[in-house]
Design a protein around this ligand. Sequence first.
Ligand code: TRP
Length: 457
Amino acid sequence: MQKAREHWSSHLGFILVAAGSAIGLGVLWKFPYVTGENGGGLFVLAYIACTLLIGIPVFIGELVIGRNAQRGAVGSFAHLSHNNTFWKSVGWLGVLASFLIMSYYSVLGGWGMNYILMSLSHFWQGKSIPEIRDAFDVLASSGDITLFWHFAFTALTVAVVLPGIRHGIEFWSRFMTSGLFIILVALMIYSLTLPGAAEGIKFFLYPDFSKLTASGILQALGLSFFTLSLGQGVMITYGSYMRPHDDIPRTGLIIGSSIILISLMVGLMTFPIIFSFNLPPQGGPGLVFKTLPVLFSQLPGSLLISTTFFVLFVFTALTSAIALVEVVVANFIDLFGWTRKKAALIVGSACFIFGIPSALSISGPLFANWSQIYGKTFFKTIDDLVTDWFLPVCGFLTALYIGWFWEKEKAYEEYASGTRLGFLFKPWMFFMKWIAPTAIFLIILSKSGVNVDALFK
Ligand code: TRP
């Protein structure tokens, strides 16, 4: 017999927790830099389309599976498919993806912690733009400092996961998420009044269709899965804590649209700065650390604003990191019967160790020739591997499972319980069965070099 599962105490509580885990460095750090690298407007459009057409339906799908099976990712696939090894391994692939993300997520979170200290010590005051931008390169190429912060951030995450006090943090999440929202709105408004704002807005919003590439669309899809925390069974686990009368489709729509909204705000905050100060939009993974401090150095009261911003940055990173580690930990506890303490310590240490080459990827004492061999740093190799391949492939298989292998009646019952959006079941199923798998498949095919356009002629 399974133990009765704990359930969320209120629906709003659940939305906040799911949003807290989803909203993180995906929107604050990854979205602007990937958009910058992919030329702006068209990529943003592709990202929004992927989120609406594929992300949100798959998000709803994961919640439905989890609530029906009442288990974590691997357990749910195992239970529903009657222990089929293939589907079980889809669950494990998701767990592996979470682990890989956490390994470099903590490097970023650690840099954020370092930026809190730099803000507190008035670092930006009176510095020129090149000096501010160089500061990030100095940090990233200081292996020892980055390693120290990588350790600090991982340890902090494990400290929360270890005693299982994740729920205590929900309380803080409410303040912090609202705080983040307020500071983003304020910074966005300020950015929009900068002299070069119009050019930034044009770059960010104007879709130039001549730039359409399969690899850009695959990246948009991967990014959409990354920001919604999909393709790792996280939402399956969360769904298992939902109550029978909670409205899953509505939750999916609310969270999906909030992510789009916040992404747009972050873009409208970042690109005007870039164009006003003549910075390159292709700033790579350091973009957020190189652009915002430039703005902070110009603002009155910069100490307060920049410290607050980076505290919120670290906090949102932390709420996501907790969820990332928790997914892995929960599966080990469920399936191997480990104690929480053992699981958290082992997973935390493994994340730290596997993250070491990411932390040292720019300073270079480890895997010094990596970039020459793979064309990008270790950090970016893992990030791209997970975002462009693991998540879309896992999402594809999840959609495939729901659309083709799961009993329709079961899916309907679970989907429709507690919602007034039952009439959307048919279109949703259609998306799961046809649109999501076909789209993901085509994107992956064309990314692998197959000329997909020719198939339609
Ligand atoms: N969505 C998170 C973010 O935007 C990152 C993330 C990806 C995540 N997968 C996850 C968070 C799984 C928690 C659990 O930063």
